[in-house]
Design a protein around this ligand. Sequence first.
Ligand code: BG6
Length: 515
Amino acid sequence: MTEIQNLESVKTPGAVYFIFGATGDLARRKLFPAIYSLYREGKLGEDFAVIGVARRPRSLEEFRDDVYRSIQEFCRYSVDDQSEWSRFAEHFSYKSLDINNIDGYRELLQQTEEVETRFGIPGNRLFYLALAPELFGSVSFNLRKGGMLDSSGWHRLVIEKPFGYDLISAQKLNEELNQVFKEEEIYRIDHYLGKEMVQNIEVIRFANAFFEPLWNNKHISNIQITLSETVGVEERGGYYDNAGALRDMGQNHMLQLLTMIAMEPPSRLLPEDIRDEKVKVLRSLRPYTSPQEVKENVVRGQYSEGESGGKALPGYRQEEKVDPNSDTETYFAAKVYVDNFRWAGVPFYIRTGKRLPVKTTEVVVEFKQMPTNVYLGQKHKLEPNLLVIRVNPMEGIYIKINAKKPGTESQISPLAMEFCQSCQVGINSPEAYERLIHDAANGDSTYFTRWDEVATAWAFVDRIASAWAQESGDISTYPAGSWGPEEADKLLAKDGFHWWPVNGQEEDNVIWIKG
Ligand code: BG6
């Protein structure tokens, strides 16, 4: 593996992309649009083919129409040149497959060889399983049995979360996959790792002299990570009711963000070195050792009826395919410690929830206060400095400092200096899936989760889940459209902190300098 390249300029090697679950939501919303963007940017060239695989019968025209519609609706590029579209669509074909029927795989092999010859593709095959995880094992097995892994090029498996339901099921799934694919051939997607600003965390931390020296327990008082969503469970009630916020967002996206913030600088910018550092953070998470500790440090809640923007919203238990007596959490907040020399004593507060007032992903790094008993601190209430990394949907960073209020004799007020990347005309960040498909095709696994990361994250999360499973009594609720259960505020208040406002819900006293 070579140093991470400047991906802007890298064309992917010729390959066939198999999208299993080609008639599903993920393919329609994310995967086809991502492939089109890569094509438009010249990163795919012409030596590629996409074979959509699903059970449903679809004619070639119907399938290409589906792809066209998905691009027009969800892609950041729109199709405006018909001849270019036809050239692109030529690369797409469809295979209706019963994934348990081995004969179907043999037909798929024949179709694959045809497109490989037609587009001059050297046997590289990327299998993207946008399927229920229960099917990963059998599809992998049948791919091998059907001869799909016998070509001379590389073979890579890209799989979506959830990777298991807990450590034991994840281990079982991993063992099944390992019978067919080697670890380095498995690309476990965590789409948060493909987000522009998540990747930017490394740069902000390791390329700026004024952050890295302060990035430790001597200068940082606490770190807050918020992943809030306005949506409810939509049409995914069946899946979600089984999973809950801890498994759906906590085990993966939240802990991944935390590792990016907390990891040591890797010795080299190579995928394995970076992933080694991330695993060390996960191993340093202080485990909760009793249900009582979980109770003290983790808050969970479920949304009840509420409203947002004048619109009445149903409670979670009224959602489709959700058990009317469900005690699945749609919100959780936790206080987490990373027990290593850099972070000893610094609480990381993480929270996520559905039906919260805004959609946002933000990391707030709160620095320690200046001594209050000297100089300016004696007369003024100084606010702590903050560094805020905005991941989604706004992308950018801001820092909050104390400065003299302009036009006054001696008043001090907080001043926020913002760089809003997503507000800049001409900056149209690639979607996470574009980067991740591009990286997988280039064999760069940096922003995919390695097995030991997944396993260590499950081990941490399992302790919380098992404490909750033992708990009797009802889960606390919060009205849809609110900021979650009150206990989440108390979690910070006990330590003398509070959640900082997110997503532009700014405090009145702050002067903003926007850029
Ligand atoms: C998914 C979760 O992984 O991430 C969803 O399963 C959640 O429940 C989604 O809505 C959020 O992703 P994003 O990119 O919209 O923040």
